[in-house]
Ligand binder design. Structure first.
Ligand code: PEP
Ligand code: MN
Length: 373
């Protein structure tokens, strides 16, 4: 059960304190406070964990300062979209809004290699009006002898360059909780020239201790990839670990499933699940066409498979696109074969715009037919 307070009622106001006292007195129920920072206001929500079956919803709704009470299903208690739950959800981070309506393209390097490439990438995205990019510093590799990423040593110049080009958010994978500390320290030392969205990779989707550590910090939002060999339900439950620790600024990313049924693509593209995740949860949904498709193969129509997969996800309502580009894919230290060329960036963005317009027009069509029913 979620008790949503009126917008101007904080949990330390007299009404807020009285509500919490009332709920704490109920046997077997523990209240947990969550703050939701919206674009207009801060909303306080109290999650009731434990046996809520004996609670009287109407009695709680009658308390001064309570706006309404939402009954939650057991699964995805914090992130789930519950029965009669029309809450709009999203978050602002470093001036960028993430929700189920927005769309942001995070074009960038799968792995940071040289300052020249970071500079070229950030200049290219900022010249095109983008505020976000991706930069891998810690790379989880299948082979221990493969390049593991430059790690903490590259953070100062990556963040400084981002500041130079006005980049607001960098998606950056972490594979250990010490990486979170390194990123925070480096950001703070540099005076926060940019922001970071911590990425949990598909291999770590069920690394529960990492999820708990990342969920405990609330400064940086999180992008969590769907686990490539587990069910959607298991991945969403894993995501709930982040939220249950307190961090609710989460984007869920589809990146294809590992099975040879998807051959010749690297993974079986699963972007038909964009609307499913939006229906089951309140999270914005990201698609990663690079790791899904994994090759630069093109259809006889001249359109790359990566473009086609992106179009499928964006038409279906994706809110974020995480995509690999590289100034010279032949020399890329990680995932060169799937990197798009810098010369393809304009084409890629114009192609996305077509799909985005189609997505918005399809929503209008729903309204038109609903009103003519
Ligand atoms: C990545 O985005 O660089 C990455 C390693 O992705 P995934 O975890 O989806 O394989
Ligand atoms: Mn990669």
């Amino acid at each position: 059960m979620i008790v949503i307070l009126e917008p101007d009622v904080s949990t330390d106001s007299s009404a807020g304190v009285a509500i919490i006292q009332f709920l704490t007195a109920k046997p077997g129920v523990t209240p947990r406070i969550h703050q939701v920072t919206g674009s207009q206001q801060i909303l306080n929500e109290i999650y009731l964990v434990g046996d809520t079956s004996t609670l009287d919803r109407q009695e709680i709704e009658g308390l001064p300062g309570v706006e309404r009470v939402v009954k939650v299903s057991r699964t995805y208690a914090v992130l789930g979209r519950h029965f009669e739950d029309s809450r709009s959800y999203g978050f602002d981070y470093n001036g960028v809004r993430f929700d189920q309506d927005s769309l942001h393209v995070f074009a960038g390097l799968c792995a940071v290699d040289t300052l020249e490439h970071v500079d070229e990438m950030m200049r290219a995205v900022s010249e095109r009006g983008l505020e976000c990019t991706r930069m891998g510093a810690y790379k989880p590799r299948s082979n221990p002898y493969s390049f593991q990423g430059l790690g903490a040593s590259c953070l100062p110049w990556v963040f400084e360059t981002a500041g130079k080009y006005g980049i607001k958010v960098i998606a950056m994978e972490v594979t250990h909780d010490s990486h979170v500390d390194e990123i925070l320290e480096s950001l703070h030392t540099a005076g926060n020239p940019t922001g970071v969205m911590l990425q949990i990779g598909t291999r770590n989707t069920q690394n529960f201790e990492l999820l708990k550590a990342v969920g405990r910090q609330r400064e940086l939002p999180v992008l969590i990839k769907r686990g490539f060999g587990i069910t959607l339900e298991e991945s969403l439950n894993a995501t709930e670990y982040l939220a249950s620790e307190g961090n609710r600024n989460i984007v869920f990313c589809l990146r294809g499933m590992k099975t040879n049924m998807g051959d010749p693509h690297r993974n079986f593209v699963d972007f038909s699940h964009v609307p499913v995740v939006k229906r089951l949860t309140l999270m914005p949904v990201c698609i990663d066409p690079s790791h899904s498709v994994g090759t630069r193969a093109a259809c006889p129509d001249g359109v790359l498979d990566i473009f086609h997969a992106t179009a499928q996800g964006v038409i279906a309502g994706a809110n974020m696109v995480l995509v690999d580009f590289h100034p010279n894919p032949n020399t890329a230290l990680v995932d060169g074969p799937q990197a798009l060329l810098m010369s393809e960036m304009d084409h890629f963005l114009e192609d996305i715009e077509i799909s985005r317009q189609a997505c918005l027009r399809r929503r209008e069509l729903v309204k038109k037919h609903a009103s003519s029913d």
